[in-house]
Design a protein around this ligand. Sequence first.
Ligand code: CAA
Length: 398
Amino acid sequence: GEMAIGIDRIGMFVPDQYLDLTDLATARGVEPSKFTVGIGQSRMSVPRQCDDIVSMGANAIADILPEIDVDRLGLMVVGTESGIDQSKSSSLFIKHLLGLPNRIESFEIKEACFGGTAGLFVAYHYVAAHPDRTVLVVASDVARYGLGTSGEVTQGAGAVAMLVSANPGIIALDDDSEDYSEDINDFWRPNGRTEALVDGKYSMRVYLDFFRHAFDAYCDRRSLGLDDFGALLFHLPFTKMGVKALRVALEQADDRNRERLEGNFAMSARYSREVGNLYAGSLYLSLLSWLENPRGDDGDVGDDGVRALAGQRIGLFSYGSGAMGKFFTGRVQPGYQRHLRVQAHARMLNDRRRIDVAEYERLFAAYYGTGDFETQIPSSGFYFSGVRHSIRQYSLAD
Ligand code: CAA
């Protein structure tokens, strides 16, 4: 049959500190259940100045680098909303930090939270044309709305890195998406601004409209129904957004499909609930969360305690404000469990330091400043170490 192309490995990185959102609720005079239930978030990653999209992207790749055959790598693409230069691509910094060869093609893509998905499909077509080569797709972002804004609780920071190849280890993608785009102003960030501008309620409405359009069109065209999906996964700016989108998909569902797809969605939302919005990386963090969090009550857990997901078709909805929506599908590959890093990712999330609201506010204000980088060296990994001669500098801690 046709050559399978898709996601061979997935790595992630989140900064090593978080804000508990009940603390934020208390400080803002809001009922904590508004954040934990109404928005559906428990914690959010808080970046220090030393965590930018380059350092986080490099650390997400480092998570899977030992598994990558660098000789086969042909392209590295970064999708981001929070670029660190108006001209030069963050991918070149990352490529250098990881010591990747100079023969690799490398660039950055922008379309708000859609950049990671754009990169994934560029990678798909690159591998289709050069089946012996592989591509690294990195989605890295800092989500920032401002202190005291209604978007504040939906911030976050982190990166996801995916290796795309022929005969992939984790997900084979179908090159058959349903796209929808329109020039609208739901969320944007004019040049020079460090916080996004957003029309929050409108952005939610457009997200749901685009999802309905793309999902219905996809299912109609291929005569698919809910029975055909093992899971529906979403871009999660906050987990309640995905709950609302799933509700659209389940309008005509019977109890069995409803229970099944809601249960799988809950697994996909676990990491996002702990981390917040990763913009370009959020959909892929949901995918990783779904793969890495076994659901114990649906009877198909294997001897190793991991669900038997192999062979299932999954549907993914990517949304970038401005706006662009894409619904696409893939199949979980046999043996996918071998390529996950469940324990390492659990440690990454659980070993984070809890900071209080005063420290979060101080870090927020300092983030785009010149700062004292000497006090910020993390215990491991790549970090941004300041600007010299208008050039960003990076280091490796160990
Ligand atoms: N207990 C439980 N729930 C409560 C509650 C309480 N005490 N008080 C309020 N709630 C519920 C509300 O009922 C509401 O839930 P429902 O929508 O299910 O009814 C929820 O909490 C949110 O409350 P509000 O409706 O009052 O909303 P808000 O003014 O606080 O703003 C927001 C919420 C619009 C999401 C805002 O945080 C925001 O603008 N975020 C950034 C934009 C965003 O993420 N948009 C998503 C789509 S765009 C996109 O996806 C791209 C991207 O990444 C940015």
